[in-house]
Design a protein around this ligand. Structure first.
Ligand SMILES: [Zn+2]
Length: 205
């Protein structure tokens, strides 16, 4: 028996894939946040989909088309038998193909995720002068230097310490943080220290 969620997932994933390949639909940067997150996570669970939906922003996602596949995917993963040969497995396969196609930017739309996070267990060091000068980053409130999370949102970077104090850090270059995330093959977590190129004083924008 094929449930509503399974047929919705198969239908929505197929439609989006067709429209993307026909060049008449492509993800928004918020949708790409979910796509990239799922692709890098390398596995789909209902919890992953839910988490990346929240990271990208439910209200913004509700205005786009991708949610039409994300909602049934979450329902299917949550409550269905997804073993090989089941209709749920086939629908998830199509969903996987959609995510892979969008994440690898098959059509070259170059959509960048609206939001990405990087957790660093050690110290984050800002480097400049081709790496000759360096200073450790710290929380302006409690001066913690380890276990921070860098968040890139639409081109700017914030530093969140382990006590959840969040401050913007204009010295950090969003592109170098994104490059660090990109170079880690799917991990949004650095277990040791991280050096990032930046500028010692905020550059006026
Ligand atoms: Zn703090």
């Amino acid at each position: 028996m094929t449930s509503d969620a399974v047929s919705s997932l198969l239908q929505a994933s197929s439609d989006l894939l067709d429209d993307y390949r026909a060049g008449i639909w492509w993800p928004t940067s918020h949708e790409q946040t979910v796509v990239t997150g799922l692709f890098r996570a390398g596995l789909f669970t209902a919890r992953h989909i839910h988490g990346y939906r929240q990271l990208a922003g439910e209200t913004t996602l509700s205005k786009g088309r991708l949610i039409g596949a994300l909602q049934p995917a979450e329902a299917v993963l949550d409550a269905h038998d997804t073993t090989d040969g089941t209709p749920a497995h086939a629908a998830l396969d199509r969903f996987q193909m959609l995510i892979d196609t969008l994440a690898t930017d098959e059509q070259g739309h170059s959509i960048r995720p609206s939001r990405q996070e990087l957790h660093v267990r050690g110290t984050i060091t800002l480097t400049w002068d081709a790496g000759l000068s360096r200073i450790p980053l710290e929380c302006p409130q409690c001066h913690a230097r380890t276990n921070a999370t860098l968040t890139v949102t639409d081109g700017s970077v914030t530093y969140t310490c382990s006590a959840q104090h969040t401050s913007p850090d204009h010295r950090l270059d969003a592109e170098s943080v994104e490059a660090a995330i990109g170079s880690m093959l799917g991990f949004h977590r650095v277990l040791g220290d991280l050096a990032l190129p930046g500028a010692p004083s905020p550059t006026p924008s």
